[in-house]
Write a protein that binds this ligand. Structure first.
Ligand SMILES: [Zn+2]
Length: 102
């Protein structure tokens, strides 16, 4: 298996830290409708069952797209959040900051 990159962490558009991408070694052809299916083994390992939402992260300089299982995040910081306030997802840390008036 091929690997690429120097191990440096990067900030994504949502402010989350992402680590380097590893080459899966799989090559697929884009079909006439622009679709590409991730390999079955990766879909199974990442829980990408039919109907699950995914989100795309793009690095235009490197020509790279990273696909990730979509987990709705805090409306303020993007962190994974299970709490709701008035119908919006908010993480515990932001709830504490709001409560403290910061
Ligand atoms: Zn937050």
């Amino acid at each position: 298996m091929n690997t690429r990159g120097g191990g440096a962490a990067e900030k994504s558009s949502r402010g989350e830290v992402t680590t380097d991408v590893v080459n899966s070694g799989v090559v697929r052809r884009v079909d006439s409708l622009g679709r590409v299916a991730p390999p079955k083994e990766l879909r199974q390992r990442l829980g990408l069952l039919p109907g699950v939402k995914v989100e795309f992260f793009v690095d235009m300089e490197r020509g790279t797209i990273v696909l990730r299982k979509y987990e709705p995040g805090c409306i303020f910081c993007g962190a994974v959040a299970n709490q709701h306030y008035r119908g919006k997802r908010v993480c515990p840390e932001c709830v504490r900051e709001i409560a403290a008036g910061r």
